[in-house]
Structure formats: structure tokens, C-alpha cells
Design a protein around this ligand. Sequence first.
Ligand SMILES: Nc1ncnc2c1ncn2[C@@H]1O[C@H](COP(=O)(O)OP(=O)(O)OP(=O)(O)O)[C@@H](O)[C@H]1O
Ligand SMILES: [Mg+2]
Length: 387
Amino acid sequence: GFALSDREKRCGDFSGGWQMRVSLAKVLVHRPPNIVLDEPTNHLDVAARDWLALELSEYRGTVLIVTHDTEFMDIVANRILELKDGAVTAYSGNYTDYQRQKAERLAQQDRAASRQEREIEKQTKFIERFRYKQTKATAVQSRIKAVERIERIERPNAREATVSFQLQATGRTERDLLSVTNVAHAYGDHQVLTDVTLHVERGDRVVFIGPNGSGKSTLLKIIARLIEPAAGSVVWSDRARLGYYDQHQDEALEAGRTVIEEVRAVATDEPDERLRNILGRFLFRGDDVYKPIAVLSGGERSRVALAKFLIEPSNVLLLDEPTNHLDVGTRRRLIDALEGYDGTIICASHDQTILERVATRVFEVDGGTAVEREEMRRELPPVKRSR
Ligand SMILES: Nc1ncnc2c1ncn2[C@@H]1O[C@H](COP(=O)(O)OP(=O)(O)OP(=O)(O)O)[C@@H](O)[C@H]1O
Ligand SMILES: [Mg+2]
């Protein structure tokens, strides 16, 4: 889908989705016999993701994909390898098949553990009963040995470690929160936004949708006051306190800092204890907090960025594709937290679940403007909209 004029463009200037398309095009064009892809659906819009799914499911060679995208796995995968606690377990079929087999496997392991416990109990009773009987001495000894030799079946730990957090607004804003009026913006002679006007009220949960490269991130940065628009105005009410989550966490965090230093940078007077407590909820435990940002995985970086959100006081969340990179559990928790949030949210996302569960207003960013999709407007139950 590249335009002729794009051929001369530097890769860094492309939007997140288009950078991903560049990388995918580089790999797929040669039709190699084996392909390895690391989270290929991050940043892709719906059309590009569907195209890739189809392309890969019909691919003749072997494809190895690392992904958290469960729907994508359902379409593309015919084997699932689960990496956990340093070991790999293989399952046949797609993600849905994997879930079923895994549940079966866990239930089976659980039953085997119960059976074994009963058996050990029975043997132990025998041993205790006849321990002091001369006539049974050899039998008792051999049973003691037998019990010692049994390799214990571990009960499956059904509860995997997942992040746990809630998002809370600090202070209540005015009802009229944000006015964006006739905003336009261009990079060089590439006009991205021509005329955007929108009004946001306290408690709204606005989601920007639209194809890759349509200007969602640009608009969000203008709203966050990180970019000065070429024309038009952005006016926030006085009590608005913004928290901003970048689409590219590798650029948004300081590579040279450790995890705890990065978090402390937004909360200088917070005691270490509280910072550690919050990082713990994002699964940074013990010495993990001294890891340099530079060595963290994509998902770990996203968790650091989310932890910063909890520490920095804000009542408006500006989120640019926050569910990219997140594993299945963390993504679910984030969406729960956003659903229960009592402030205002403005978010760019290709994630269908965010649209369904978080959005109360949806704007389609395309062709230089942002048009509200009135049919997608939704009222929240009164408990959920307060601040
Ligand atoms: N710093 C920049 N210099 C030049 N062009 C840019 C720059 N940043 C973005 N662009 C271009 O502006 C357009 C809009 O980019 P933007 O990142 O806002 O899109 P997006 O809607 O967020 O896309 P995606 O869904 O892929 O994240 C794209 O064509 C992009 O290539
Ligand atoms: Mg973007």
C-alpha cells in the first residue's frame, strides 16, 4: 500500500503502522522458505492485519511467530509453543485449541496429584500402624522407602502471576474540558491534518480510529501539547492534568535509567517503599527494579510506562495504542482498569476490545479530519462517570 512518493521517505518518519508494514514488506517480498516474526500485528490497522493473516495462513514455507494477539493466532497458527518458567510445551492447533488442551492438561495433572496424595496417605497410615510390630518390620521399611522414592506430582498453579492495578483520577476537572478548533498540521509538504474540530467533556472516553498513517498519533500529540499545530487551537480547562502514553515506549523511556529511577523521575518525593510496591504490582520484584530500561522487553517497557501512570497524578489519560506489546493477562487488566477509570480518556487504538468496552465516543481520523461516529456513542452507567 505504499504511494510512489513514499519511496524516498525515511523510515523513522512513517507512522507506527507503516513502519511495521516496511519491515513486513522487507521480509515477505523474498518469499523465503522460513520466516520468523516478532509481534508482527502491533501497530497494524484492521485492514493490514487481515491482509497479513491471510498471507501467512496461505504461506508455503514455515512461519514462526511470537505474538500476544490471540485472534491472529486463531487464524494463522496450526501449532502453539508455550514458553513458561524456562520450558517449552507444544500444543497442536490454534489458540482456541491450545486453551482447551491446556485446560485438559491442567485438570489431568490435578487429578493425578490427588490420586497420588491419596496413595501416599494410605501408605503413611500403614507405616504408622505397623511401625512397632516386629513381624511387619521389613514390609514397613520397604514402604517407607517406596514413599520416599515417589516423585511428587506438582499441583498445577492455576493462578499465573498477572499485573494488578487500578487507575484513579486525581482531582475533578471542569465539565467543559477540551476544545480543539480548526487544527491543521503538516510535516514538510505532507499535509496530515487539514481541519479538526472536537469538544471533549469530563468523563468522556474518546477513541480515535482510522487507517495507519491517517494522523491519530499526530492529533494526540497536538492535544497533549507535545507538537504545536501549524494552525488552529487546543484549549484545556484549568484543572486538567494530563498523563500521556506514547505509541513507542522505546523512545518515551530513558534507556540509561534503571526501572526504579525511571519511575522516581515522575515522583521525586515518593518513598522508595511506595514505588517498589507499585512496581511489584507490575511484576517487577526484588532486584528487577534495578534492571536498566535498555535491556527490557517490549512488554516490560510498557509495564514501566503504565506504572508511571499510577504514580504521576492526572485526571485525563492520553493513550496512543496502549495495548501493543502487552501479554494477554496485562492487556485484560489494562482494559479493566480503563473501564473502571473515573477520569477522562482520549485514546488512539486499533484494538476492538477497547472500542467495545472503553469507548463512549468514537472519532474516525482520516482524510485530514476527525469525524465522530454518532452511532457508536454510548452512555456510561452513572457510577462510572464522576470526576
Ligand atoms: N516526524 C515526522 N516527519 C515526517 N512525517 C511524519 C512524522 N511523523 C509522522 N509523519 C507522517 O504523518 C502521517 C501521520 O502519522 P501518524 O503517526 O500521526 O499516523 P497514525 O494515524 O498514528 O498511524 P498508525 O496507525 O500507523 O500509528 C504519516 O503519513 C506519517 O508518515
Ligand atoms: Mg499512531
